[in-house]
Design a protein around this ligand. Structure first.
Ligand SMILES: [Zn+2]
Length: 110
């Protein structure tokens, strides 16, 4: 798995998807759904929630919470017991915590 610092991760995201964080795209390691924070906002999340959720859990989790979800999705989370099953990334925070996150979506899927 790719392991990178938070700054490196942000730089790569900007390079791939641009400066607007709501447009960054992540792929669910379980069902393959491609999602951005914007999708979470469209389902009714606040911008802060959306930014946090989009790389940590499949948008299908919102459906379980009773929110509207259009995408074919599941309820996988990167912070669950199985993490991302080796398909995600590890981001090292400024205080040296290692956080497992969903991988970036490939451009073709976007
Ligand atoms: Zn999923």
């Amino acid at each position: 798995m790719i392991k990178q610092t938070l700054d490196e991760w942000r730089d790569e995201a900007r390079e791939r998807f641009g400066n607007k964080g709501v447009d960054w795209k992540f792929v669910c390691p379980s069902c393959g759904n491609v999602q951005s924070p914007q999708d979470f906002i469209d389902s009714g999340c606040s911008e802060a929630e959306a930014a946090r959720l989009a790389y940590q859990g499949c948008i299908g989790r919102l459906a379980h919470a009773g929110m509207k979800v259009e995408a074919k999705s599941c309820n996988w989370s990167a912070y669950g017991f199985l993490g991302t099953m080796g398909k995600g990334r590890i981001v090292i925070t400024p205080d040296s915590q290692e956080v497992e996150v969903f991988d970036f979506a490939q451009e073709a899927e976007a």
